[in-house]
Ligand binder design. Structure first.
Ligand code: GTP
Ligand code: MG
Length: 199
């Protein structure tokens, strides 16, 4: 799929505000702070709309970007950043979860996982929460240009082994890098496929 245009639409602090938006399917990006969610949105759209930072905790609201005047990429705050106050972290998590549970246009969640670090409890917990709530998701392993092919394979095996302790089958994944564009076509193909499903 070709990205013809992208527009920043709105930053929302709650699902109530999201409900005011009109338009098509939504694809949400979530994961630990600093994992690369906003950078990936910029990579997919060849833009710099999403604010990125080497300091975790940059994205603090539910940000909607409309693509091809039709569907949305949704940038969510990250979880698990220790330096954000506990109450703020809980707020982010609560409104992100509320949004994921109640958005009527959400088609798929892209859960980013840093390929360079070992499986993290908060990611496993979050996947369990998605599974319990029957929310479809694809794991996006981020920052993959940092590892060679062999190390990528080892890292994914390790991730899958951990998740197979809890799940019957490992959820699907795509290997990505915002720096090199790795995974871009695969992600956009998924979006195209979901876009054809009726809303
Ligand atoms: P929060 O909004 O704080 O939750 O973070 P985020 O997940 O949106 O991360 P963001 O895109 O702001 O990127 C965090 C840091 O990771 C920045 O310093 C980026 O330059 C870096 N980064 C993002 N993607 C990649 C990647 O593919 N490769 C490498 N090497 N660094 C990346
Ligand atoms: Mg961000």
């Amino acid at each position: 799929m070709k990205i013809k245009n992208v527009k920043f639409i709105k930053s929302s602090p709650s699902i109530k505000e999201v409900r005011l938006l009109v338009g098509g399917a939504e694809y949400a990006f979530i994961g630990r702070s600093n994992v690369g969610k906003s950078s990936l949105i910029n990579m997919l759209t060849n833009s710099k709309f999403a604010k990125t930072s080497s300091t975790p905790g940059k994205t603090q609201l539910i940000n909607h970007y409309m693509v091809n005047e039709q569907w949305y990429l949704v940038d969510l705050p990250g979880y698990g950043y220790a330096k954000t106050s506990k109450s703020k972290r809980e707020d982010f998590m609560q409104f992100s979860k509320e949004y994921l549970l109640h958005s009527t246009r959400l088609r798929c969640i892209f859960l980013l996982i840093d390929i360079r670090i070992k499986p993290q409890q908060n990611d496993l917990n979050f996947m369990s929460w998605l599974g319990t709530n029957k929310l479809p998701f694809i794991r996006l392993f981020s920052k993959a240009e940092k590892l060679n092919d062999h190390k990528i394979k080892l890292a994914i095996n390790h991730q899958n082994l951990e998740i197979l302790k809890l799940w019957e089958t490992a959820p699907p994944y795509i290997i990505t890098s915002s720096k090199t564009g790795m995974g871009k076509d695969e992600i956009l193909n998924k979006v195209e496929k979901y876009n054809t499903l009726s809303l």
